[in-house]
Ligand binder design. Structure first.
Ligand code: N01
Length: 534
């Protein structure tokens, strides 16, 4: 029988068994380290475990939204669709865990509650709901969109119907047949689920605070000729993608709307609307940076919405008035078309805010009787998973306090005052403004090489210098200020959560980022301090 007071000792503890944690486990094991993953859920998957709402699927083609670290894996795995659905993505991750014999390195249903750096023995002490751990390295693979935002709607505790949240969806299949359903929120999760729920529900009330731009996915069965072509040169294809602005194939055309005849622009935008999905945003190089060019693309999409949605008042409410891409662009299957159904009703929350929620209704400008309420209200993005754990670094500094005015990190990997703590796709890295999969692999490879280098060079402790961190975040903001991302309220800058510091966190530009993190390594980890003397 194990002793409950026993402190379990590891070289490295990884928090989270999603795509990042699983690969990090493999890499550190290959380095010969004694490693464990602590995972809150009862199975692997991270984002893809929790977000199992109807219609959940990736919106980056699966041939890219997949691991590249093992040639046989990427050759042998066959995706059934262009954009795979959540169950298939989870099946893939389970396959990887089995193929590389990783399951015995994961402790399930263990939620990390605190992590404290001990300056005497230079180790981290972690407490979970079940046990305590001591480790030299602490790696947070906790994801960028993993802590649900649950707004405190007046009276929600009185609701007696079925209350669901897209980001924590039940495992059992939900049948909405004959039900009156309300959904609050119109971000990517809602945009994917609404068309499917609308087909079943008797009535569907969509409560929208801000409309979103969405591009048709044109999803379908995997095109075998494209698959063959990519697989014939898979590693080359992956390397090329690191040279594209958002790390995604075909998303960075160099032509400018500003220098192109409007008729030609419209023809090209039409082609991109039909086939590019998220790539619509990078279809011209000036859409992300030039407000006038952005307006041409935005207006194109608004016109599409007005063409698709038959009721002009509904169409008008569905048209966003901010820069396209300012909020995360969505990709859909039949979203706008759904508003032509008689059982689907759009409620504008700006004009008609929710007053209260009763046992069986939502009260706004009128009463909406409902059986089911779905919250599709997003996440405490990019920092929530870290600030929700009690993390204490040197001199008893709490991460939550250090980040009170806004998160700061060096490269999105290291944080000053928090030695030997690494974040995978942390704030200050391309993360959510890139294809998460190659960005995860890039960070895991970087962190593994860094730990290996420390072992080879007899270094015990690494931490970011405050100067490097300050300069890095200034650069993140300087780049962002050159784009359309900063003047729209979005979860990229914390505006979706009232009490959160407003700071723009993703690094924009995968190729520049890649060059810079490689340069840091080539210059013996410049900006980091090793074995700091107090
Ligand atoms: O969350 P969101 P999400 N009262 O934050 C509204 C990724 N993802 O889960 O815009 C009323 O986008 C809020 O309104 P507003 C993707 O990166 C990817 O949909 O703040 N409404 C908004 O409409 C995505 O961007 C996929 O005014 C409130 C909605 O809730 C990210 O996850 C699929 C409210 C939240 O939208 C998050 O998407 C799904 C309130 N108090 C998600 N609070 C793929 O395709 C919030 N809202 C891979």
């Amino acid at each position: 029988m194990s002793n409950v007071n026993e402190v379990k000792e590891f070289d490295a503890v990884i928090i989270g068994a999603g795509f990042a944690g699983i690969y990090q486990l493999l890499k550190l094991r290959r380095l010969g380290l004694n490693v464990i993953i602590l995972e809150k859920a009862d199975q692997i998957g991270g984002t893809w475990h929790w977000n199992r709402y109807p219609g959940a699927r990736c919106d980056i083609p699966s041939l890219e939204y997949s691991y590249q670290f093992d040639e046989s894996l990427q050759q042998e795995w066959n995706w059934t669709e262009k954009y795979s659905a959540q169950p298939e993505i989870l099946e893939y991750l389970n396959h990887v865990a089995d193929r590389f014999e990783l399951r015995d390195g994961i402790q399930f249903e263990e939620e990390v509650q605190s992590a404290k750096f001990n300056e005497d023995n230079l180790k981290w002490n972690l407490s979970t709901n079940k046990a305590t751990y001591q480790t030299k390295f602490c790696i947070f693979a906790t994801g960028c969109l993993s802590v649900p935002n649950k707004p405190n709607f007046d009276g929600i505790e009185n609701f007696e119907g079925e209350l669901l949240q897209t980001s924590n969806w039940p495992h059992e299949e939900q049948d909405f047949t004959g039900r009156k359903v309300a959904i609050i929120g119109t971000g990517s999760s809602a945009i994917q689920s609404i068309p499917i729920i609308a087909e079943q529900a008797e009535e569907l009330y969509v409560f929208q605070r801000t409309p979103n731009y969405s591009i048709p996915s044109n999803n379908g069965p995997m095109d075998k000729s494209i698959e063959k072509e990519i697989k014939a040169r898979y590693s080359e294809f992956r390397q090329e993608n690191y040279l594209n602005g958002f790390g995604i194939a075909g998303i960075s055309d160099e032509s400018l709307i500003a220098e192109t005849e409007l008729e030609e622009v419209h023809q090209q935008l039409e082609e991109n609307w039909q086939s590019a999905g998220l790539g619509f945003f990078g279809g011209y190089a000036d859409i992300p940076i030039d407000k006038d060019a952005n307006e041409v693309a935005a207006d194109f999409v608004r016109n599409k919405i007005k063409e698709i949605v038959k009721n002009p008042d509904t169409a008008s409410l569905l048209c966003p008035d901010y820069h396209i891409g300012g909020k995360r662009l969505c990709v859909d299957t039949g979203y706008f078309e759904t508003f032509n159904r008689e059982n689907v009703h759009l409620i504008d929350l700006k004009a008609n805010p929710i007053q209260t929620i009763n046992s069986n209704s939502i009260e706004a400008h009128k009463s909406y009787e409902i059986d089911t309420l779905i919250l599709a209200t997003g996440f405490d993005a990019m920092t929530g998973a870290l600030t929700n754990i009690d993390i204490t670094g040197r001199e008893n500094i709490k991460l939550k306090d250090q980040w009170e005015e806004g998160a700061k990190s060096y490269l999105g990997i290291g944080i000053s005052n928090f030695p030997n703590l690494f974040t995978i796709t942390g704030p200050g890295s391309p993360s959510v403004l890139s294809n998460m999969m190659p960005s995860i692999e890039q960070h895991v490879n970087w962190i593994t090489d860094c730990i290996d280098w420390m072992i080879q060079n007899d270094k015990a402790v690494i931490e970011s210098s405050e100067t490097a961190e300050e300069e890095w975040m200034s650069l993140v903001n300087e780049i962002a200020d050159m784009t359309v991302f900063t003047d729209t309220k979005s979860w990229y800058n914390g505006s979706n959560i009232e009490e959160k510091a407003k700071a723009f966190l993703p690094f924009i530009g995968v190729p520049v980022y890649t060059e810079m993190i490689e340069e840091v390594v080539n210059e013996d980890y410049k900006g980091f301090i090793f074995d700091r003397m107090n």
